[in-house]
Design a protein around this ligand. Structure first.
Ligand SMILES: [Zn+2]
Ligand SMILES: [Zn+2]
Length: 279
């Protein structure tokens, strides 16, 4: 199994230092995309994947840094020649969102079907809403399992585990420290976990209430001081830090990993865009 990090920054603000969340999991003949921030289509191409060849999209939750390119991945795969089916999975209201993608692009789809004789993308997408933890899907020998993680105010935010031919990879999505993530990641070969360090972020300013933003960061995400303990409790072999905040390029990799290694003696990898790891 192989995992490729398409983007490793946290949050919806776009920058050039890092791209937003997206991971590709390749297992046997199956290629799955987990989350798709703005820019994911071109990151797929840069990593050597065609959006037309993605078998499934799994969304962890509906913050836009995780689903912003959902429609774009569907539409660009169609533009690039998709003829096979695309399965999509994620919390409600994924079905409504999928219909909205097709409504937004109705004129283009109708025109190309009629004018170019192109296959109708609306007939190729199978949307599955996930409301609870457990088995999500199997693709050949690849099994996908979800855990309900702790990312308030969302009722539904999921982490996903991928098991294939004796190897296992877990993607945390966004979560505060929680037991369900530790259980999902139990004994995994590799855990991609979100993290932040409030001490390095400084004052946040923007079109939001700074105090409410600070409360969200502290209550809905995992500080770097705790992520090593999570990996140790789960007994994973390799911990990959991603969804990094801050993500502006001012923090050295060693600053992240030195903190994590206080609690975790497995392999620690600080994620970078387009990093590929074989498991
Ligand atoms: Zn996020
Ligand atoms: Zn989030």
């Amino acid at each position: 199994m192989r995992i490729v990090l398409l983007g490793t920054k946290a949050g919806p603000r776009i920058t050039t230092a890092r791209m937003g969340p997206g991971q590709v999991v390749i297992a046997g003949e199956t290629t799955v995309l987990v989350d798709c921030a703005e820019g994911t289509c071109h990151q797929l191409l840069r990593a050597g994947f065609d959006p037309a060849a993605i078998d499934a999209i799994l969304l962890t939750h509906h913050h836009s840094d995780h689903n912003g390119a959902y429609g774009n991945v569907i539409m660009s795969g169609w533009a690039n020649g998709r003829t096979g089916r695309l399965a999509t999975y994620g919390p409600p209201p994924l079905a409504e969102m999928t219909r909205a993608v097709f409504a937004l692009n109705r004129v283009d789809i109708d025109t190309r079907v009629e004018d170019e004789g192109r296959v109708d993308i609306r007939d190729l997408v199978d949307c599955h809403e996930i409301r609870s933890a457990g088995h999500v899907a199997s693709f050949g020998e690849l099994t996908v399992t979800a855990a309900l993680v702790n990312h308030p105010p969302f009722e539904h935010a999921f982490a996903y585990r991928f098991d294939h031919a004796g190897s296992s990879v877990v993607v945390s999505g966004d979560t505060a420290p929680c037991a369900a993530l530790v259980e999902l990641a139990r004994g995994a070969d590799l855990l991609v976990h979100e993290t932040h360090n409030p001490d390095w972020v400084g004052d946040r300013r923007g079109n939001f209430d700074p105090e409410r933003m600070r409360r969200h960061q502290l209550g809905s995400h995992t500080p770097v001081t705790e992520v090593g303990g999570i990996a140790a409790n789960a007994g994973v072999r390799t911990l990959v830090l991603s969804h990094l905040s801050p993500s502006d390029g001012t923090v050295a990799d060693s600053a992240w990993s030195d903190i994590v290694r206080r609690d975790f003696d497995g392999d620690v990898v600080v994620g970078h865009d387009l990093l590929a790891i074989d498991v």
